[in-house]
Design a protein around this ligand. Structure first.
Ligand SMILES: Nc1ncnc2c1ncn2[C@@H]1O[C@H](COP(=O)(O)OP(=O)(O)OP(=O)(O)O)[C@@H](O)[C@H]1O
Length: 291
């Protein structure tokens, strides 16, 4: 491990959202991991791992409401540190349709689907896992991701460079026509801006290409919108830091998620980088076929 602070990451969330997959990836990143220990043992595990020199991931699979066990986790997360160990929690979710499809396709039995349908089991789990979602430092919706994209995200989030950041800003572009994400802290809508999609020269390019950038740079409304967003972020970031918020997920949407939102995210990234904040970026719908 580098000089970065030792971490304990609680990997929580819905069955089928990817906790086991995430633990495997974290192992590749050098984490030691324990899957599904009794919740009341997790604080002891945290204490034992102090000084081991390794980051630790703990898979938490809540199969039924467990208010008593939750109290242990909430205390651990509230303190956010255990003798020098940085404790944080990651909550993985996916929408009901996607979870039902994943269980159908892999023919695995949903752990809660005893005498009820998978859909009912998922809905029940969403309800009683709410406290885990509430206490999470970061919620990640894997519905629109491949396992490989989840791996890339974890690489970015937990690689050694990012480890020094006390607040990680995560900027994402997306297209409303493909559905919004459920896991953003803030969502901005750029659909009111002039749309490069309607220019035949620009349609097949993206917000990463110079002609689209030039088109949007000439648009006063885009500049004004950026100024408002930048001012808001410059105001909020120090306040979130003071609140010890660890992750800030900001989504910017446009219609298809390929031009305006991509451009706006890149401009915000430049601004944050210039002000010393490392921002992580994901363009969710950039590679979709356009039509
Ligand atoms: N973006 C994604 N991230 C993670 N898993 C995905 C993704 N897309 C599809 N999958 C598939 O969904 C399934 C997730 O299963 P996994 O066992 O990781 O879930 P889990 O959260 O650990 O659930 P459980 O608590 O039932 O073990 C795997 O079969 C995986 O291949």
């Amino acid at each position: 491990m580098s000089g970065a602070q030792q971490r304990l990451v609680l990997v929580t969330g819905l069955s089928g959202a990817g906790k086991s997959v995430a633990l495997k990836y974290l192992e590749d990143l050098g984490f030691q991991w324990v899957d599904n220990p009794p919740m009341e043992l997790i604080p002891q595990l945290a204490e034992l791992s102090v000084g081991s020199g390794r980051h630790v991931a703990v898979g938490v699979h809540l199969r039924e409401p467990d208010p008593h066990g939750l109290i242990h986790l909430q205390e651990l997360c509230r303190e956010r540190a255990c003798a020098g160990l940085r404790v944080e929690s990651l909550y993985l979710e996916a929408n009901v349709e996607m979870l039902v499809t994943r269980y159908r396709e892999t023919r695995r039995r949903h752990p809660l689907a005893l005498g009820v349908t998978v859909r009912e089991a998922v809905e029940r789990e969403i309800a009683f896992q709410e406290p885990l979602r509430e206490m999470a430092d970061l919620v990640v919706d894997t519905s629109n991701m491949t396992p490989r994209e989840l791996k890339e995200l974890l690489d970015k989030l937990y690689d050694h460079d990012a480890m020094g950041e006390d607040l990680t800003v995560f900027l994402r572009s997306f297209g409303f026509k493909h559905g919004a994400n459920t896991d953003a802290d803030m969502v901005f809508d750029g659909r009111f801006l002039a749309n490069p999609h309607y220019d035949p020269q620009l349609r097949h390019l993206s917000g990463l290409d110079a002609p689209v950038r030039d088109f949007l740079e000439r648009d006063d409304e885009a500049e004004r919108f950026l100024t408002h967003m930048v001012n808001l972020l410059d105001y909020l970031i120090p306040r979130f830091r003071a609140e010890r918020k660890r992750y800030l997920t900001i989504d910017i949407g446009c219609t298809g998620g390929r031009h305006r939102s991509v451009y706006l995210v890149e401009r915000l990234r430049d601004h944050l980088n210039q002000h010393g904040h490392a921002a992580l970026v994901r363009h969710r719908d950039l590679d979709r076929h356009h039509g």
